[in-house]
Design a protein around this ligand. Structure first.
Ligand SMILES: C[S@@+](CC[C@H](N)C(=O)[O-])C[C@H]1O[C@@H](n2cnc3c(N)ncnc32)[C@H](O)[C@@H]1O
Length: 252
């Protein structure tokens, strides 16, 4: 496994740091380039229509990546704060900073520096740690909420993934063939990503805890949260455990 530091890749074996290395590479953004601004805008239009937040509500988008949701939410009139562990993503997002839109580096395992009306955790940005630390992340979100605040988690639907698991796949993006293998190992969804770029070979892994709706309910209760609504996709269709693409949860 390689970690990207000081503009070069360093071989490293610590699997539990995968989220620090992989997301900070240009290759992550290349592989997921279909997860774009248009998708973010569609989801945010639907979600904000549903939530009906007061204008100028203070929203935390954590993790925000390069800010695709934050930028659009600010255009809708909200005060938006985007945070992410990836220095490169935050540096890119900062190009969009303006009044009521700012970005900062933050590890979601750590307490937040401020309070917000809504915390958004979008596009499978949860479940990276062991159970105790995943709950600690939820608790950090809760402590960062103003009274009557809302937390939205947009996660994959693990049952639909199990039903349709594609064990091997090659995804071509620009000139790179990403060879992807997927399996469920010890309640983790593991995605191995191998590719050649330039004169180097790379190998990265994504590890996600298999968290279903009942597990989210249990973890939310420990953190003092109640599930108010669930949805199954970015058009906010009802959640169907067997078939929905996404598991979108509104916690209060
Ligand atoms: C799948 S991406 C989603 C990013 C963004 N929400 C989007 O939709 O484009 C997951 C993000 O989580 C960030 N991340 C991983 N571990 C993190 C941590 N411990 N604290 C904060 N951000 C983290 C990564 O850097 C990456 O930007």
């Amino acid at each position: 496994m390689y970690i990207f530091k000081s503009d070069k890749y360093i071989d490293m074996s610590e699997k539990d740091l995968w989220y620090q290395s992989w997301f900070d590479t240009p290759f992550y953004h290349q592989l997921y380039n279909h997860r774009d601004e248009a998708e973010a805008e569609r989801f945010m239009i639907n979600l904000m229509r549903f939530l009906d937040l007061p204008k100028r509500s203070k929203i935390l988008d954590l993790p925000c990546g390069k800010g695709r949701h934050s930028v659009f939410l600010n255009k809708l009139g909200y005060r938006v704060y985007g945070a992410d562990l990836s220095e490169k993503s935050i540096s890119s997002a900062k190009n969009f900073e303006k009044e009521d839109l700012s970005f900062f580096i933050h590890d979601m395992m750590k307490p937040l520096p401020d309070k917000y009306d809504t915390v958004l955790n979008l596009f499978t940005s949860f479940g990276y740690f062991d159970e105790e630390d995943n709950i600690a992340v939820l608790q950090n979100f809760v402590r960062a909420l103003n009274p009557s605040g809302i937390i939205v988690i947009d996660f994959l639907n693990i049952q639909q993934i199990r039903n349709n698991l594609v064990p091997e796949e090659v995804v071509r993006r620009d000139a790179i063939d990403f060879k992807i293998s997927r399996c469920i190992d010890n309640n983790n969804l593991v995605k191995k990503i191998k590719f050649d770029a330039g004169d180097r070979s790379y190998e990265f892994e994504e590890h996600l805890k298999c968290i279903d709706l009942s597990k989210f309910k249990e973890m939310g209760e420990i953190a003092g949260l109640k599930i108010k609504h669930t949805f199954g996709d970015y058009d906010l269709n009802p959640f169907d455990e067997e078939n929905s693409e996404r598991l979108i949860i509104i916690f209060e």
